[in-house]
Design a protein around this ligand. Structure first.
Ligand SMILES: Cc1cc2nc3c(=O)[nH]c(=O)nc-3n(C[C@H](O)[C@H](O)[C@H](O)COP(=O)(O)O)c2cc1C
Length: 197
């Protein structure tokens, strides 16, 4: 959290394409998070020198910068194009440099952009990665289908999708720091049981 209590929300974009629809959608997520009071940052992997991950060289290139930025975030959104039914290699590479030190306890939002219909599988795979790293994934996941029709050069053109994307940004702020919630939520669990419980 910032000293004024506002959360930091970071987006990692898994597409390296200059005209990436994923990046356009992530900017909308961050814009909504900013409107909800967060400090935001887009991790544009085109700007990072990240060699293909080698477990013998975990601090290669700009990996320390990447890890610092992810570690200091209260909430992170993983955005990926659907490549052959899964998430992209640049995002996998970036996530392999990170681990529980960076992501345990973080709130994670998932967004997938596909050329076809019903994008879902890449987010399922990302959810598994996030949970393996003990991050908290938001139930709201945003899959953007038919990206060439629904996302233009200047933003999302389908109002329903735009509203879902912005809701993801707002929820990343609402649930940033969710790791602390079990203590906050302790009271109901301590309430006396009813006779028939
Ligand atoms: C290598 C590759 C594999 C792809 N595989 C799929 C796929 O399995 N299903 C699908 O719906 N779209 C697929 N697409 C289309 C992309 O998901 C779509 O173009 C998306 O908008 C790319 O994201 P970007 O604009 O952020 O780069 C594929 C694209 C590429 C380049």
């Amino acid at each position: 959290m910032q000293s004024d209590g506002s959360p930091t929300v970071v987006a990692i974009c898994g597409s390296l394409r200059d005209a990436s629809k994923t990046r356009i959608a992530l900017r909308e997520v961050l814009d909504a998070a900013s409107d909800a009071g967060a400090e935001t940052e887009l991790i544009d992997l085109r700007e990072y020198d990240l060699p293909v991950f080698d477990a013998d060289d975990r601090d290669a290139g700009d990996a320390p910068d990447l890890k610092r930025t992810v570690e200091r975030a209260d909430a992170v959104v993983f955005g990926t194009p659907n490549y052959h039914g899964s998430f992209s290699a640049p995002l996998k590479n970036a996530l392999d440099y990170c681990g529980r030190d960076e992501l345990a306890g973080s709130t994670v939002g998932l967004l997938e952009v596909a050329g076809g219909d019903y994008p879902k599988s890449a987010m399922m795979h990302l959810r598994t990665v996030a949970r393996t790293l003990n991050a908290w994934t938001l139930p709201l996941e945003v899959g953007i289908p038919a990206a060439y029709d629904t996302v233009g050069d200047d933003g999302i053109e389908d109002p329903d999708i735009e509203s879902r994307v912005r809701e993801l940004g707002a929820q990343l702020v609402d649930y940033a720091g969710v790791d602390a919630y079990p203590e906050v939520a302790g009271t109901p669990a301590e309430a006396p049981l009813a006779d028939d419980d």
